[in-house]
Design a protein around this ligand. Structure first.
Ligand SMILES: NC(=O)c1ccc[n+]([C@@H]2O[C@H](COP(=O)([O-])OP(=O)(O)OC[C@H]3O[C@@H](n4cnc5c(N)ncnc54)[C@H](O)[C@@H]3O)[C@@H](O)[C@H]2O)c1
Length: 263
């Protein structure tokens, strides 16, 4: 299975690459062919070495996905390396920390340029390979795509736009046999949350019915399902993986946590 994954050097992308490779080995008896894309060259190379040691074929592509030329170049590198593509995982993303009143124009533009536009540009460039393979696209959105999120500037709007972009792709490309879906993680322990000061990852623990913060592997499992033959009839869907946080409206309204576990 030939897979391109962005934001592969860290967090959810890294966990997804590992999980996808392991699943391919289990299903096909041989390793995945992975194009790992990220702007963090040193972390990416280190991770590629780790994956190769597990039997995966890996190539890396270093670039800033906000540069409109980079998504197509990463797809072209995949075609040159592997001659096709079965799964496009558009996962890289950033948080922009500010309220909307103070948010600077350049931060608004960059948030959309990283979180939203690359999925379209990657998909557009990958269309012939995905159509030939009857492949799939999976993008990482967020529960912020569903609910306004305080102090994160254009993050929630950029992820909400991503959701609709992928649903639109699902409709446009279903007839070509290409499935397009999103995963919407809740708070997940990665660099993005470790670096967040507001609200801190530790403070979010317990703010969902399951009473825990997610591990990147929880999100990777959903991505792996969506990329697998088990999801053959799933397209235009968004899978919220948040421990139930989004449904827990009573906490937000100050009524306490009715799902609090007994000590
Ligand atoms: N961690 C969470 O709580 C959480 C919750 C909801 C959604 N998400 C989404 O999950 C995705 C992965 O985030 P994560 O939590 O693993 O964070 P992370 O910071 O650990 O990983 C993000 C990766 O994307 C790369 N990246 C960022 N901007 C890039 C760019 N312009 N070009 C190329 N690479 C770039 C980074 O170098 C990094 O390796 C993001 O889209 C994020 O918005 C995360």
């Amino acid at each position: 299975m030939k897979i391109l994954i962005t934001g592969a050097a860290s967090g959810i992308g890294r966990a997804a690459a590992l999980r996808l490779h392991d699943d391919v080995v289990r299903r096909e008896g041989q390793g995945a062919e992975l194009m790992l894309v990220d702007m963090n060259a040193s972390l990416l190379e280190e991770f590629a070495g780790e994956l190769s040691a597990r039997g995966a074929k890996t190539r890396t592509f270093v670039g800033d996905l906000a540069d409109p030329a980079v998504p197509a170049a990463a797809v072209a590198a995949t075609e040159a390396a592997y001659g096709g593509l079965d799964a496009l995982i558009s996962n890289a993303g950033i948080i922009s920390r500010s309220n909307l009143l103070e948010l600077r124009l350049e931060d608004y533009e960059r948030t959309f340029a990283v979180n939203t536009r690359p999925t379209w540009l990657l998909a557009k460039a990958a269309y012939p390979m995905l159509a030939a393979a009857k492949g799939c696209l999976i993008a990482t959105a967020s529960i912020a795509a569903h609910e306004p999120t305080p102090s994160l500037g254009a993050y929630a709007p950029s992820k909400a736009a991503l959701l609709m972009l992928v649903r639109q792709l699902a409709c446009d490309w279903g007839p070509a046999g290409i499935r397009c879906n999103t995963v919407s993680p809740g708070s997940t322990l990665t660099a993005i949350t470790a670096n967040s000061s507001s609200p801190g990852a530790d403070r979010r623990e317990g703010r969902n019915p399951l009473g825990m913060i997610a591990d990147p592997d929880h999100q990777a499992a959903v991505i792996a399902f969506l990329a697998s033959p088990d999801a053959a009839f799933v397209t235009g869907a968004d899978f919220v993986c948040d421990g139930g946080a989004r449904t827990q409206l009573m906490m937000a309204s100050g009524m306490g946590n009715p799902w609090q576990r007994p000590n």
